[in-house]
Design a protein around this ligand. Structure first.
Ligand SMILES: [Zn+2]
Length: 158
């Protein structure tokens, strides 16, 4: 049985709203985005969640969520990760970028609400890397403004 596109869209909106709620839990930072992420299994159950700076000052939402699951958890291969921001494609200090973590977990699908602006990284290619790695990437542009709202202090008035 397959679900209709509108049912899938409603489900995506539900989980992205949860990710946006998680992004509001991030310890404030003047130099990094507040992002929330949820990992949802193919059967619709939540497997994990994370948010920026949840467990240490540098952890990203996607990394925090993945770190709570065994790397070889078989459910990851058919899971979707909802992240309020495009997964990063490069990081300083030789930390593995989130797009590489997601590729390494061999996840099925990534859903994002907004793309990284050219504020800290000149050109984020997280989506491109994920697509090249065979992962389905979908955007929910109708939630981009809400996902962005927790980061307005970083973005100025643009
Ligand atoms: Zn990241």
């Amino acid at each position: 049985m397959t679900s209709s596109p509108s049912v899938l869209h409603d489900r995506d909106m539900y989980w992205m709203r949860r990710a946006i709620d998680l992004s509001k839990l991030c310890p404030p930072s003047e130099g990094a985005y507040s992002v929330g992420a949820v990992i949802v299994a193919a059967d619709g159950t939540e497997l994990s969640y994370g948010y920026s700076r949840e467990t240490d000052a540098h952890v990203h939402a996607e990394g925090a969520a993945l770190a709570k699951l065994p790397a070889d958890d078989p459910r990851l291969k058919t899971a979707t990760i909802y992240s309020t921001l495009e997964p990063c494609s490069q990081r300083r200090h030789q930390v593995t970028p989130c797009s590489q973590l997601i590729l390494g977990a061999d996840m099925a699908r990534v859903v994002i609400a907004w793309r990284e602006p050219t504020l800290f990284v000149a050109d984020c290619v997280g989506v491109e890397q994920l697509v090249a790695g065979g992962i389905v990437v979908d955007e929910l542009p109708e939630l981009a403004a809400v996902a962005r709202a927790v980061n307005l202090h970083l973005l100025g008035n643009t």
